[in-house]
Design a protein around this ligand. Sequence first.
Ligand code: ADP
Ligand code: MG
Length: 626
Amino acid sequence: MTTGNINVSVENIFPLIKKFLYSDHEIFLRELISNATDATLKLKHLTNIGEAKGVEYGNPLIEVKIDKEGKKLHILDQGVGMTAEEVQKYINEVAFSGAEEFLEKYKDSAKDSGIIGHFGLGFYSAFMVADKVEIITKSYLDAPAAHWTCDGSPQYTLEEADRKERGTEIILHINGESEEFLEESRIRELLVKYNKFMPVPIKFGTREETKTSGEGEEAKEEKVTVDNIINNPEPAWTRQPADLKDEDYKSFYRELYPMQFEEPLFHIHLNVDYPFHLTGILYFPKLSNDLNLQKDKIQLYQNQVFVTDNVEGIVPEFLTMLRGVIDSPDIPLNVSRSYLQADSNVKKISNYITRKVADKLKSLFNENREEFEKKWDDIKVVIEYGMLSEDKFFEKAEKFALYPTVDGEYFTFDELQERLKEKQTDKDNKLVILYASDKEAQHPYITEAKERGYDVLLLDSPIVSHLMQKLETSKDNISFARVDADSLDNLIKKDEEQVSKLNDDEKEELKKELEEVIPTEKFTVQLEALDSNASPFVITQPEFMRRMKEMSATGGGMFGMGNMPEMYNLVVNTNHELVGKILSTKTKAKKERLIKQSLDLARLSQGLLKGEELTNFVKRSYDLIK
Ligand code: ADP
Ligand code: MG
């Protein structure tokens, strides 16, 4: 038996482990299973390249066992094992990473064998939950088994053991504060969380299965006990896209999100070897307009080991609304998020993902535009968000971003420009794109615009005002205007002046009379000589004001605009018959009633008539018709 001190340079590792990883004790299991997996895959690799003479690889398992009474947790593998010298080297001289040496030695051939390591504290994380740790290990090489014991002080013992089978058993003597790790349900939860897709089968207990033997009349059902394997060692993302059908992607989605009953809209299989390694599958789920609800659904893996479901900094912000899996050994872990964002590999990864998503969207659009249009409403939030936040994506989205009309026709921006240019170009050569944000509420305004032969878009996502702002600054001579932002003549100013039926004196008088009745602290009266068929009274809210308010409500825009009081214009069409009638009415009471009624009708069209004013309106209306 040998005793000794663990390498002094890392003597302080125990307090370090306890302190820094305090909140994350549970990762010890991931680390130990990763080591067991590494050891198994190393053996596989060595047998494959003929380095492990006389060794049968077989179908090795990793097993996790709880000994509740003995307060022990066992992790067993059938991998390469270690000789006493190797224990001395790889465990006692912890500063030395065994995985690194292995990779160095088999550099070329080991590249794709999925050997891990590099999680940081690795084996020693066991001391977060155990007072004492034992290793009983027998190398695949012809050497006696070794038994290492350490009680969490730098002191260890190392002696020969009589284990005959190849592989390693780690025994954790679980400490008083960590007894949760002796609960079956807790361990199962961790195995499912971290190891659900690891490449070597992991056994945790057994389960009953019904087996049918024989056929027809002879058929017999019997219960058999089988190993309870908790993982799927070959998850869809590790397979070749060519070998997978649409159904495979869907069933993998269900495997990832068992509680999610809605099918994904489509998927993107990521697969790149150079200049970094990355595989994965991203899914577009149906998205609602609530942006925050849908984050943190993408899972990050390293060589099939779960790392986190917070991919902030790795995946561009707008894609965090997607779901699925990303697996890359090239993402540095245990570093701060701000460091991540500065890492050049991570930047490349993020750009790659953005590009793949854009390419996929483009090909979906090209292959079946009709289908793409049907999905548009469910995916537009991601695309619009992406266009706003990533300039590269903005450029690419040019080819597939859609602008729907209130009648359900979808156009790309180029198509839209082509379609609108004849009718909706104003006298200053600017193309005015009319839109509505709510088909029902803005119905009167939409109808009036359509009657003029204008197209009205339906733009209703929460960040669309930011996107319009961006489009207006990045394209020449276009502007967006909501249909109720002003009278149509003002929104799309044409050369032809409308002649006013009223002369200047009449206008002045009308204005005075109107302002006596209309609350001017809420409405700015604006006389306009409009088409005689256009509405007599229209309430509008200037585009700029409204949009700035919307933008500051969703972040950005102009500071403080959110607190501005609501201001409206009241456009009075001096060419309308009713307005002429108001002016010529002699009785004061009758005139007042006409003005009030007209104002209320305009308010009603804008959805502004409420409370007492609504009650008065209804009463007055009955009086007028009785
Ligand atoms: P890393 O996995 O990053 O190398 P660890 O601290 O997790 O660091 O493990 C240290 C070394 O101990 C491993 O590289 C490996 O050589 C050895 N080792 C740990 N667990 C096992 C095991 N189950 N079977 C064989 N070797 C192991
Ligand atoms: Mg390790």
